[in-house]
Write a protein that binds this ligand. Structure first.
Ligand code: ATP
Ligand code: MG
Length: 352
């Protein structure tokens, strides 16, 4: 490859099984960038997951399961550096340094933080977790994840767009204060995906319990898709375009996610056929659900097979985690040292 390789960084929290939002919002881009030969760092964000827990959880077990699913989807630990966030503890040091120059008012404008604040104000018992210092500081930790490897691009879904923008702001603030030290990444493109949940909520999410998962077996797929609410759909909506970005948001809750999934998985003629049925006010949701369930199960089948393949077990995951953590550690430590020097603390004496 003659052009300079881009540095790519992204992570996923081990808060449940990987779902279709994770795949089409993030993982499919991870794989494409890996296969283009870019310099890819993909991590399991176990520190970030701690803002969600209400009691002790098996993050280790969930991390291993997620890494086996990464591999089953096509991520290759020989081509991408795949690691656990907590195996790179110097990220926490960079977060601390960045936190010193980050205003509280700036963090209070974070949508994740604001959403949780609103929920708690409406119903103090709605969330198991209090508003923690960690949740307010989530964007600072994410900035540290990104900046510590000097990432150029951060492939994430639309829900994470603001956090990447915040990382750019934090890097710029650091540079203007202490000199040009941190590399400012590209912001997330406007075409980033936000897949709705099976319950019709605006986002499918592990913590929302409204997901269609990559490891779901055909029976579960059918049950979940049959359960999508379509009865309240006031047919028809006038839609003039075949572009799903125009059609889907106009469709109410459950219908929107069925169409979005069909558009992602089925050949165009199948998708357009169902758009036609929608316009003609035909009764078709039973067939749509059945057809979609078949496409989903066909998509999941090879992933499930590779997930269970010999060689994709805990021992092999631990082997590549160890090797890959060794690869990313010097890159990250170098960045932390440069920041320490820029601020004036000076290099760490014990790390020398
Ligand atoms: P949680 O509910 O615990 O936050 P999540 O489902 O939101 O889990 P994350 O680990 O927070 O998943 O996000 C991992 C990646 O998947 C991020 O890049 C995020 O933008 C992307 N992603 C998550 N949900 C969706 C979605 N519904 N549509 C598109 N991308 C998504
Ligand atoms: Mg999330």
């Amino acid at each position: 490859m003659s052009e300079k390789r881009e540095v790519i960084l992204s992570g996923i929290r081990p808060t449940g099984r990987l779902h279709y939002g994770n795949y089409f919002g993030a993982i499919q881009h991870f794989i494409r960038l890996q296969d283009e030969g870019q310099c890819c760092y993909y991590f399991i964000a176990d520190y970030h997951a701690l803002t969600t827990i209400t009691e002790r959880e098996d993050f280790y077990g969930q991390t291993i399961e997620m890494l086996r699913t990464y591999v089953a989807c096509g991520l290759d630990p020989e081509k991408s550096v795949i690691y656990r966030q907590s195996d790179l503890p110097c990220t926490a040091e960079l977060m601390l340094l960045l936190g010193m120059i980050t205003n509280i008012g700036f963090l209070e404008r974070g949508t994740t933080y604001k959403d949780k604040l609103t929920k708690l104000q409406e119903d103090p018992k709605s969330e198991g977790n209090p508003l923690s210092y960690g949740l307010l500081g989530y964007p600072v930790l994410m900035a540290a994840d990104i900046l510590i490897v000097r990432a150029d691009k951060v492939p994430v879904g639309d829900d994470q767009r603001q956090h990447v923008e915040m990382a750019c702001d934090i890097a710029q603030r650091f540079n203007s204060r202490f000199g040009d030290t941190l590399h400012v990444p590209h912001p997330v493109g406007r075409d980033a995906l936000r897949l709705p949940g099976l319950d019709g909520a605006s986002k499918m999410g592990k913590s929302e319990h409204n997901t269609l998962d990559l490891l779901d077996e055909p029976e579960t797929v059918l049950k979940k898709i049959r359960g999508v609410e379509t009865s309240t759909d006031p047919l028809p909506l006038e839609v003039e375009s075949n572009d799903p970005d125009i059609i889907v948001p106009r469709m109410p809750g459950g219908v929107g996610v069925l169409y979005r999934l069909l558009h992602l998985l089925a050949p165009e003629e199948v998708y357009l056929d169902f758009v036609g049925k929608y316009r003609r006010k035909e009764k078709f949701y039973g067939t749509l659900k059945q057809t979609l369930a078949e496409y989903v199960s066909a998509f999941n089948a090879p992933i499930i097979e590779r997930y269970n393949a010999p060689g994709n077990d805990e021992a092999s995951v631990c082997d590549f985690l160890r090797a890959n953590a060794k690869q990313v550690t010097p890159v990250a430590l170098n960045m932390v040292e440069r920041c320490r020097a820029a601020i004036g603390i000076g290099h760490s004496l014990y790390r020398a």
